[in-house]
Design a protein around this ligand. Structure first.
Ligand SMILES: Cc1cc2nc3c(=O)[nH]c(=O)nc-3n(C[C@H](O)[C@H](O)[C@H](O)COP(=O)(O)OP(=O)(O)OC[C@H]3O[C@@H](n4cnc5c(N)ncnc54)[C@H](O)[C@@H]3O)c2cc1C
Length: 483
């Protein structure tokens, strides 16, 4: 590494955070190389034809409510669009199915969502609690998609929204009396993979609901891969390059760059840095905990899912798991290491928003379906058990679903990990989202991206603000690296 302002950078890992960091550094004039272990770019934003040629599956992330709300997207969104990125939403953004007769739907409009509860008091409570935050979605995203330890630009918003995020999700939902409104909030909060009874368990749900009301619950046209491809296109237009099929195992392999950013898990970063890692940082990283996991199934369907609920037939994303109380119990089970009998399950029907994902073959409309269930960390189920677990949840809400399955690929946690070394044990959010790790991610510091080694930073979802495709771990780390 040369003295003076950095002129070259290497980013290890091409997930959305690694690529976002690379773009910020390249725009600042650095010569940037991204080194990726896998044979394809994108990390959690990859898509592929898994079974039937032309039917496109998202291998990891599917729905992107946060992406457009972020400072990164406000800065680069137009240029990403020039490189082919577009988002699309289905008629219904997201629906939560409680049982055969009851659903609650989230729409871009706050009033439309509130009206759907069929209860004037809950409609008022929804508008009062969510309406104001949706109006300020961009400012809220800018405040909360960075380390908690910072000087807020919008102190009143920070304090007001901060109270919401600090509450246990089981408390936040007390403001509603219908099972529908309560289940909708519980399902969105469950994206944090943390017990809903714990302080801080409202945080992810509050942010997703806010962004969802502003930008919907969209998918990337052509597949989530379009996000990675647009980032790579923008990076290359700024002079950067990407090398694939090259796992980095030691800092020495990339030490010729002035700055190095690691889009890796904390464990991988510790092993790459080895004895160079200062003991105080290493100690904090060793305390950093992983959360529960996912078990995923990709299907090719002949036609659509025969949902009983009409809104589910038009929804981009479907949440399954029953009432708020059932979801709370299932999330607690996962956290405690027990496989729930009825796990919280997410289903994405991206093709409803983006028909380019489907194919007509021999007169049959073949559609991709994406689904995963929350399971305990490292759950050792087989692909067949994974298939049965997830399929049973969908069949319950859509009798006859099994008859529509043309083919499937089931990925228990071990396969999710094999697919991306950042997802150890099948965990997908870069580390548990409990209150401690919301405040200290991966350690308590205004600069949690610093590894303590000059010029070397961590930029993955194991840093603030955590998991999801929002680019902000990468952008925040790159800004720190630029000083
Ligand atoms: C099944 C699944 C479903 C998901 N669904 C959603 C969703 O719908 N919406 C959403 O917003 N988020 C979703 N996520 C989460 C989202 O994908 C992640 O939060 C996001 O991708 C994290 O980005 P990242 O850049 O930090 O890391 P990653 O996307 O994990 O990328 C890290 C990259 O670094 C590479 N790498 C790691 N170690 C090395 C090394 N030593 N050398 C070289 N390269 C290395 C990896 O191969 C990988 O390509 C999902 C994730 C999974 C797995």
């Amino acid at each position: 590494m040369t003295p003076g302002p950095p002129r070259t950078a290497t980013v290890v890992g091409s997930g959305p955070n690694g690529l976002a960091a690379a773009v910020v550094l390249a725009e600042a004039g650095l010569r940037v190389t991204v080194v990726e272990a896998a044979d394809t770019v994108g990390g959690g934003t990859r898509s592929a034809g898994l079974m039937v040629p032309g039917v496109v599956h998202d291998l990891c992330s599917a729905a992107h409510p946060l992406a457009q709300a972020t400072p990164f997207f406000h800065r680069y969104g137009d240029r990403l669009a020039d490189h082919g990125l577009a988002f699309a939403t289905a008629d219904v953004d997201m629906v939560h199915v409680l049982d055969a007769g009851r659903t609650a739907s989230l729409h871009t409009g706050v009033s439309r969502t509130a009206a759907g509860f069929g209860d004037a008091r809950d409609a008022r409570a929804w508008r009062a609690s969510v309406g104001w935050s949706a109006t300020h979605a961009d400012d809220i995203a800018a405040e909360f998609l960075q380390p908690v330890l910072h000087l807020p630009r919008h102190p009143l918003l920070f304090a007001g929204f901060g109270v919401n995020t600090a509450l246990p999700a089981t408390w936040s939902r007390r403001r509603f009396r219908t099972a529908e409104a309560r289940a909708l909030t519980a399902g969105i909060a469950a994206h944090a993979f943390t017990p809903l009874t714990r302080p801080g368990s409202s945080a992810a749900g509050a942010l997703l609901t806010t962004a969802g009301h502003r930008y919907g619950w969209p998918v990337a046209v052509g597949g989530s891969q379009a996000i990675a491809d647009a980032l790579v296109g923008l990076l290359e237009s700024l002079g950067g390059t990407v090398v694939t099929g090259t796992p980095v195992t030691d800092l020495g392999e990339v030490a010729d760059a002035d700055v190095v950013l690691l889009d890796t898990s904390v464990g991988t970063a510790a092993s790459i840095l080895g004895p160079r890692l200062p003991e105080r940082v290493g100690r904090a990283w060793r305390r950093f905990r992983r959360g529960p996991a996912v078990a995923k199934v990709d299907y090719v369907l002949d036609g659509d899912v025969p949902w009983t609920a009409p809104d589910a037939r038009r929804a981009g994303t479907v949440h399954l798991g029953g009432t708020a109380e059932q979801i709370t119990a299932a999330e607690q089970d996962c956290w405690d290491g027990r496989l729930p009998s009825r796990p919280f399950t997410l289903v994405c029907q991206q093709y409803l928003a983006d028909p380019s994902r489907s194919m007509v073959v021999d007169g049959r409309q073949l559609n991709p379906l994406w689904a995963y269930a929350h399971v305990p960390a490292g759950w050792d189920g087989t692909p067949q058990q994974t298939f049965e677990l997830v399929t049973a949840q969908i069949e319950d809400a859509a009798p006859g679903f099994r008859d529509r399955i043309v083919d499937h690929v089931a990925s228990p946690p071990a396969v999710v990990e094999a697919h991306n070394r950042n997802n150890a044990g099948g965990e997908i959010s870069g580390g548990a989202n409990d209150l401690v790790q919301l405040l200290a991610r991966p350690r308590f510091s205004p600069d949690p991206y610093s590894t303590g080694i000059p010029g070397v930073y961590l930029c993955s979802s194991s840093t603030a603000p955590g998991g999801g495709v929002h680019f902000m771990c990468g952008m925040n780390a790159a800004v720190r690296a630029l000083g």
